[in-house]
Design a binder for this molecule. Structure first.
Ligand SMILES: [Fe+2]
Length: 330
């Protein structure tokens, strides 16, 4: 049954790829994106590209990378983890080549996802340390930085970006004391000079009890509820924190009322956190809450007094007809 399902999924993905490739030839809208002069920062947000052996995932990325680098022209591209399908060297080399050919020189931030944390689908054969080395080496090369750890901060256009990641080869997120202490200190320093600007925190997994994640171990968020609560408490000390995750593979949904399980792509968490959960770029999902095709993500525009999230299919160079959300800054 599993094998049959897998064949069906692959066949579906193949025909979707052909259909989308054909459709993209006829899409001529929005080829030029006029920039609003009041925009202070533009970020393209994608997640879960899952570049690996499956050919359609390698096919889906180049048009999107070209759309981002040539039309959206953001100050930064954020890829919120599961950059590769299983974090081995061949996967990362393929991803690096795709970036080089289609978005060379584009400032990019890549977070470590659970699929980047292991090197094999066999649980016993997984090696976190090797996967981490691959991320530091190839992810660093794509970002144009020398990476020494999976959590780090960067400043782009006067805005702070703090990147977090799991320190275990499992599906759910595990952070050590070392990482949480680093976050506490780095966030305090970023907040001290933020001056009303948002601070971006990127981590592959959403926090528990957000974006339809449960609280139990292995329910797609953090392994421990206590760890998730500690992260939330650290972030919620400061205004205008934008937490960006992926992992769930849900379609873009403007409001939790739109979906049977209460999922929304952008949610308010705690007092201050704007939590963003991105769809899967690499392949379409078919869920009760809606269907997505691959290539979806968000464009984030930062203004002086608000942020705007616009849905975009980067593969098709198309704006979403419905997803356009503005949130005032504190
Ligand atoms: Fe994923």
């Amino acid at each position: 049954m599993e094998a049959f399902k897998s064949i069906l999924q692959k066949a579906g993905a193949f025909f979707t790829a052909i259909l989308l490739a054909l459709t993209s030839l006829s899409v001529g809208n929005n080829l030029l994106i006029k920039k609003n002069p009041d925009v202070r920062l533009t970020a393209a947000l994608i997640s879960d590209t899952h570049v690996g052996d499956a050919f359609y995932r390698k096919l889906s990325l180049p048009p999107g990378l070209r759309d981002i680098s040539r039309r959206v022209k953001p100050d930064v591209l954020i890829l919120a983890g599961d950059c590769t399908d299983n974090g081995n060297e061949a996967n990362w080399q393929a991803l690096q080549t795709l970036f080089k050919r289609n978005a060379d020189g584009l400032p990019a931030i890549l977070a470590l996802g659970n699929h980047d944390c292991w090197t094999s689908y066999d649980d016993d054969a997984r090696t976190y340390e090797t996967a981490k080395e691959n991320y530091l080496r190839y992810g660093g090369a794509i970002m144009g930085t020398t990476q020494t750890d999976i959590f780090f901060s960067r400043e782009i256009g006067g805005y702070s970006f703090l990147v977090l990641g799991s320190e275990d080869e499992t599906t759910d997120c595990v952070m050590t004391e070392r990482q949480l202490t680093w976050l506490q200190e780095t966030l305090a320093a970023a907040a001290a000079k933020a001056d009303g600007k948002p601070i971006f925190v990127i981590n592959h997994q959403p926090m528990n009890f957000t974006h339809a994640v449960g609280a139990d171990a292995h329910s797609n968020g953090f392994r421990s509820q206590e760890m998730s609560e500690r992260l939330q408490a650290i972030l919620d000390q400061y205004p205008n924190i934008i937490y960006i995750s992926g992992h769930q593979h849900y379609p873009l949904a403007l409001s939790a009322e739109d979906t049977p399980d209460g999922f929304a792509t952008v949610e308010r968490v705690g007092k201050h956190i704007i939590s963003v959960n991105l769809p899967c770029y690499g392949y379409g999902t078919f869920l009760e809450g809606g269907t997505s095709v691959f290539g979806e993500g968000l464009v984030l525009y930062v203004f002086d007094d608000h942020v705007q999230f616009k849905g975009r299919n980067f593969f098709l160079s198309n704006w979403s007809r419905t997803f356009d959300l503005s949130i005032p800054l504190e």
